[in-house]
Design a binder for this molecule. Structure first.
Ligand code: SAH
Length: 232
C-alpha cells in the first residue's frame, strides 16, 4: 500500500523539492510514496484568477479566499477520502513525533499550504482542516512546513530507512533526547571516545546511553521530562 500526499499550493514547483532526493526520492521512485500537487489558482473563478482579498475589518496583508480554497479541497479530497486534511499554520498544534508516526500509519494526507496572512477561517471550519505548526516562528508560506512534515512521515514508512532498527532509538521516540554519538578515529584533536563505548559490554553501554539521554533531556528540554517514567 502506498502513501499518497496531495498538496494544495500556489507554488507547486516547490515540490517534491528535497524529497526528490535520497531516501524519500527512492521511495517515490519505487512508488511507495506519491506527492501530487494541486495549483490553488486553478480553482479561482473570476477573470483575474484571484485567490486572495483584503482582510475583513482592515489591516495589513491579504487572506486566501474561502470559495477558491474550498473548491480546491473538494477536488483533492472527496468525502470518502480517509486521509486527514491538514493546514500548515503557526496557530496549529505543534507537530510531534507521535503525530508523525500516526500519519505514517495511515493512507496519506491532504495538505493545504497557506500564504499571505493566512486563510479565511470559514474554510478551516467548514472543511474540518487540522491546523499543524512546525514550530513557534513564522514562515512566509506553508510549503517548507509541508515538506518538513512529509520528510518526517516518509522516513517512517516501511522499507524507506535502510535498517529497521534505525529510528527506534532516536530523539523523541522514547520521550527523551538521544545520547551522543562517536565513531573512529579513537582519538581526534586530543579528544577520546568515552571508554565504555569501546568496552564491548552491551548492557553497560545501554545503561550509559540511557543516563546520557536523561541528563541531556533534563538540561535542554525539561518540558519533555514532565510525566516521563524515568524523570526522577
Ligand atoms: N498571519 C499568520 C502567519 C501567516 S504566514 C499568523 O500570524 O498566524 C503564511 C503561511 O505560512 C501560513 O498560512 C502557514 O501556511 C505558513 N506558516 C508560517 N509559519 C508556519 C509554521 N510555524 N508552521 C506551519 N506553517 C506555517
Amino acid at each position: 500500500m502506498s502513501f499518497r500526499a496531495t498538496v494544495l499550493t500556489l507554488y507547486p514547483e516547490m515540490f517534491p523539492g528535497h524529497l526528490g532526493h535520497s531516501l524519500a526520492g527512492r521511495a517515490i521512485e519505487r512508488g511507495d510514496v506519491s506527492i501530487e500537487t494541486l495549483q490553488i489558482r486553478d480553482f479561482a473563478s473570476d477573470k483575474h484568477r484571484s485567490v486572495d482579498d483584503t482582510p475583513s475589518g482592515g489591516g495589513a496583508g491579504m487572506v486566501l479566499k474561502a470559495d477558491v480554497l474550498a473548491a480546491a479541497i473538494d477536488h483533492a479530497s472527496a468525502e470518502s477520502d480517509r486521509r486527514p486534511r491538514l493546514l500548515m499554520s503557526p496557530r496549529g498544534r505543534p507537530l510531534t513525533q507521535s503525530r508523525v508516526r500516526e500519519l505514517a500509519e495511515g493512507p496519506g494526507v491532504t495538505i493545504v499550504c497557506g500564504r499571505f496572512e493566512g486563510v479565511d477561517q470559514r474554510v478551516i471550519d467548514a472543511r474540518g482542516l487540522e491546523e499543524v505548526s512546525i514550530g513557534d516562528y513564522i514562515l512566509s508560506g506553508g510549503e517548507p512546513a509541508a515538506l518538513t512534515l512529509l520528510d518526517a512521515v516518509i522516513r517512517l514508512l516501511p522499507g524507506v530507512m535502510g535498517s529497521a532498527e534505525s529510528g527506534g532509538e532516536e530523539s523523541f521516540e522514547n520521550g527523551l533526547l538521544e545520547y551522543p554519538h562517536y565513531t573512529r578515529p579513537a582519538e581526534w584533536e586530543g579528544r577520546t571516545i568515552p571508554e565504555i563505548l569501546t568496552s564491548g559490554n552491551h548492557a553497560a553501554i545501554r545503561k550509559w546511553r540511557h543516563e546520557q539521554s536523561l541528563a541531556l533531556t533534563r538540561e535542554r528540554r525539561p518540558d519533555l521530562l514532565a510525566g516521563h517514567p524515568d524523570a526522577d
